[in-house]
Design a protein around this ligand. Structure first.
Ligand SMILES: Nc1ncnc2c1ncn2[C@@H]1O[C@H](COP(=O)(O)OP(=O)(O)OP(=O)(O)O)[C@@H](O)[C@H]1O
Ligand SMILES: Nc1nc(=O)c2ncn([C@H]3C[C@H](O)[C@@H](CO)O3)c2[nH]1
Length: 229
């Protein structure tokens, strides 16, 4: 007879929160705020994997020539985000920087709409996405949308000065912003896999801690959505 007690323990999925937002919106900074809680598993975006896939910098290749490398990059993003979604943790709370959903609904969708990702390539990514999200991907419980202005994140991105992002324009950030707005704020495109909390992430570092703390009870699963503390 299997030890059902152990099975029950491992079967319990953590309360899973995905942190979404434009480039430079402060997702990493937000996640760092929650590292002080020892019952929280924090998963940063696997950028290091995208920069070194068997020695290839897929992130750099994608920005240099999106038509040539867009499909390759998005395929790997989808795999690495699936790995993050399936990552098992004993902690009751799991915070993830971005998700398989924003990869598909914001970035892949934009590449396809811009005619950069050909329809056959977009279809293959989408077939994987549909199978993964119905058969393999554990569900998420809450989305935190770090809502920013493109002009604000553009300055932050320049200041952070990531090599591969030297080719990223303010116009691109405006378009990626609109993809996030349509998905998470206006909710006119695609479905949201969980309730959305919107934070004003334009606030400067010196004061944004209060904005984080306003929603800590929701993010730490101490209070249900729709209840303001
Ligand atoms: N509220 C803020 N006020 C001012 N600067 C900020 C704020 N939040 C983050 N920054 C700065 O902006 C840059 C980007 O922040 P961060 O890396 O947290 O964003 P991100 O959303 O994780 O970015 P990416 O999606 O590109 O990984 C960093 O240099 C960070 O110090
Ligand atoms: N094209 C594309 N598709 C994605 O799914 C995706 N996810 C993140 N990024 C880019 C944004 C930052 O430069 C950098 C770190 O977030 O990686 C992506 N770019």
């Amino acid at each position: 007879m299997p030890n059902t007690k152990a099975l029950k323990k491992t079967d319990k999925r953590p309360f899973t929160v995905i942190i979404e937002g434009n480039i430079g919106s402060g997702k990493t900074t937000f996640l760092n705020h929650f590292k002080k809680y020892d019952n929280v598993c924090v998963l940063a975006e696997p950028v290091h994997m995208w920069r070194n896939c068997a020695g290839h910098n897929l992130l750099g290749l994608m920005y240099e020539d999106t038509s040539r490398w867009g499909f390759t990059f998005q395929s790997y993003v989808q795999l690495t985000m699936l790995q993050q979604h399936m990552f098992k943790t004993p902690h009751p709370i799991k915070l993830m920087e971005r998700s398989i959903f924003s990869a598909r609904y914001c970035f892949v969708e934009k590449m396809f709409c811009d005619g950069i990702l050909p329809a056959p390539s977009a279809s293959v990514i989408n077939e994987w996405f549909k199978w993964i999200t119905t058969k393999a991907c554990p569900s998420v419980d809450l989305i935190v949308y770090l809502r920013t202005s493109p002009e604000v994140v553009y300055q932050r991105m320049l200041k952070r000065n990531r090599e591969e992002e030297k080719l990223v324009s303010l116009q691109y950030l405006r378009e990626i912003h609109e993809m996030h707005e349509n998905w998470l704020y206006h909710k006119t495109m695609f479905t949201c896999p969980a309730p959305v909390i919107v934070l004003n992430a334009d606030l400067d570092k010196s004061v944004i801690k209060e904005e984080y703390e306003k929603y800590e009870p929701h993010i730490l699963n101490k209070i249900a959505i729709g209840v303001r503390t």
